[in-house]
Design a protein around this ligand. Sequence first.
Ligand code: ASP
Length: 344
Amino acid sequence: MSNKPSILMIYTGGTIGMVQNPTTGALEPFKFEQLMENLPELKRFGFDIATVQFSPPIDSSDMDPSHWELLVKIISEGYDKYDGFVILHGTDTMSYTASALSFMLEGLSKPVILTGSQLPIGMIRTDGKENLITAVEIAAAKNSKGEPLVPEVCIFFENHLIRGNRTTKVNAENFNAFRSYNYPPLATAGVSIRYNEQHIHHNGGSRLTPHFCMDSNVTALQIFPGITEQVVATVLSTSNLKGLVLKTFGSGNAPRKEWLRQLLKQATGRGIVVVNISQCLAGSVNMQRYETGQQLIAAGVLSGYDCTAEAALTKLMFLFGKGLSAEEVKAQMVKSLCGEITVA
Ligand code: ASP
């Protein structure tokens, strides 16, 4: 058996593998073999790199839970064979996919690194080559005992390796498109790759338990000054609704309107799990701080702490997908399952 690191590269689509249609001028996905042609540098690692691609490759705006389930299937089937996995993915929904996979790949002890680019890999100024080459290097990296350095679902983008379920896409143009405001980077790539070992989560050689079922009966509602009773009532009366991410102001505050308190109270009373996530990108929800937050506690709303909206939504989908009751989901939402929240 070869000692060379073995990596499975999964190409889902996105700008990284796009070409310009000469007739319409639109960016469209192209075949994965062409992507490899554009990256002869990869061969110089001397790794065994196997590839698999979505057929057809998709713009990540078309990603849905069935694609996450397919990724979990590909990874779990190749789990014993490969040292690490690199997923090439469009940037638009990469944070959702990374968050979902972090929950669905329970007990993960190998690297799953998502990356993509803002400019297609065939363009001279592409950021794709750098991102992909470094993602492969990180997916293969091991310590002196032969254990993977980063056994987590992560995003590598423009110098930073960040925990997948802590990320948000913050820029539609800049190469530095992703941020993790509430958790430090797991590694920084410069002349060398510096790993922040104290921040990396290790499962201690646990077995992988893949999950394939997500429940989409969840939604998000952004509070804004002037939001009407009718809008909130309509959202909360959605049939089969099981979970709601309530995007509030500041440290978890909402207008002190009696109708809002009543609607939320009735919804939580019906078993809808309502999680409070701040519209602020950095910092944590603390509903005790102001009266405008305390009324939400009284209505049965849970704190989402410093969770991203992407992680909160996919966590609800995951927990309800496991068939848990509302009470069981509530208990799990206020705990960290794989480093997605910091519970004070
Ligand atoms: N629309 C593209 C996608 O998310 C953008 C990108 O790849 O960056 O698939």
